[in-house]
Design a protein around this ligand. Structure first.
Ligand code: SF4
Length: 126
């Protein structure tokens, strides 16, 4: 099941550009695994045989991805991003239509009191 997160401090600053009462949420995916063009920054959290996680840098990594480091450090962060990533990847693997994927994401949006006036500002972040 897809899940949105509360915006981090940086993204929350975008709320000042929205109408009063509107909020920003983030939809997080696994870093590195979901960045097909990452090169200098490419790092991924990978599961090890003992059930832990370690970081794996790409062949050209010059600086390590901060978000991937978080996923190694914090189990809940890793689990949430992995669940979202796996759900989207499964839909793509099963050749789900783009509209179905969009619908899944829309259904996961946090419920707002005044839904008729709700304009989602979705920021995909890792
Ligand atoms: S910094 Fe991390 S999340 Fe951003 S593109 Fe590079 S690997 Fe992906």
């Amino acid at each position: 099941m897809l899940k949105f997160s509360n915006a981090n401090t940086k993204l929350k600053k975008l709320e000042r550009f929205l109408d009063k009462g509107k909020k920003v949420y983030s939809f997080d995916l696994l870093s590195g695994h979901s960045c097909p063009f990452a090169k200098d920054c490419l790092s991924k959290a990978v599961e090890t045989v003992d059930g832990k996680r370690s970081i794996k840098d790409g062949p050209d990594t010059l600086f390590r991805c901060y978000a991937a480091s978080q996923e190694v450090e914090y189990t809940n962060v890793y689990k949430l991003r992995k669940a979202n990533f796996d759900t989207i990847a499964d839909l793509i693997r099963n050749k789900a239509a783009v509209s179905m994927i969009a619908s899944e994401i829309q259904n996961a949006l946090p419920k707002m009191p005044a839904l008729s006036e709700f304009i989602p500002l979705v920021i995909f972040s890792t």
